[in-house]
Design a protein around this ligand. Structure first.
Ligand SMILES: *Cc1c(COP(=O)(O)O)cnc(C)c1O
Length: 232
């Protein structure tokens, strides 16, 4: 193995162990699925990850994601789009992403449906919910009060499958407090949409807290791949 492959294998083993321990402590039937966030890292690293058994990767910038997914198409990975989405890019993203996790407004839905339809086969959708206090300088995500109308809209689209929700813990708040709120939001959505079982939450620094509060998927970058290189 190359030096880089050794490095990635070590990071991956460590994160897999953390996920296993946390999932067991939370008494989940299955460990949370690891989505390795490969943004800013080269396609060569994606190949190493696939060799090491990684099945799911995440990207947050459309152009970079599209190019990498194309370059790595032979690997059979599931590509998760986890970044801010512009409505005029939504159709293109649905053309290569198997899961779009950052659906936070109704305006994105028509484009996603069109792109998913043209590609054939359908695309999984997670609704991104904001955990920030109302009125704060908030990061991306729908207001919890707007989730139901967004879910209904996605549900009307034949090529989109509503699978659950995604969130990022706000900066400066204890992730356990934020993710416990997320657990309630998720329960309310599930009551109306029994198929929306997935919860994507938790990153390198807070995956244990997320799993404690029901995460089925964690999105981990730096703990597997090391510090991100400067923007390409
Ligand atoms: C970059 C990113 C991650 C991974 O962050 P790490 O701290 O490197 O694990 C997870 N989720 C989203 C939405 C991201 O943009």
């Amino acid at each position: 193995m190359s030096e880089r492959a050794d490095e990635i294998a070590a990071g991956l083993a460590d994160v897999r162990r953390r996920i296993e321990v946390a999932s067991e402590a939370a008494e989940h039937d299955e460990p949370a699925v690891l989505v390795v966030v490969t943004k800013y890292f080269p396609p060569g690293d994606v190949r190493i990850l696939a060799d090491l058994g990684v099945t799911d990767v995440g990207e947050n910038r459309h152009q970079e994601a599209q190019q990498k997914a194309h370059q790595c198409a032979d690997l059979g990975l599931r590509w998760h789009f986890i970044g801010g989405l512009q409505s005029n890019k939504a159709a293109a993203v649905a053309g290569y992403a198997d899961v779009v996790e950052s659906v936070d407004r109704v305006k994105l839905v028509a484009g996603l449906q069109r792109g998913a339809h043209d590609r054939g086969g359908g695309v999984d959708v997670l609704l991104q919910v904001s955990l920030d206090a109302p009125g704060s300088d908030r990061r991306a995500g729908a207001d919890p009060g707007d989730l139901e109308s967004l879910a209904m809209r996605v549900g009307e689209c034949a090529a989109l499958r509503l699978r659950g929700i995604m969130a990022v813990a706000p900066l400066g708040e204890d992730p356990d407090t934020a993710f416990s709120r997320l657990g309630e939001i998720r329960a309310a959505l599930l009551a109306q949409h029994p198929g929306a079982t997935q919860l994507s939450a938790g990153m390198s620094g807070d995956l244990e807290a997320a799993i404690r509060h029901g995460a089925t998927h964690v999105r981990v970058g730096s703990a597997v791949l090391g510090p991100r290189p400067p923007v390409l």
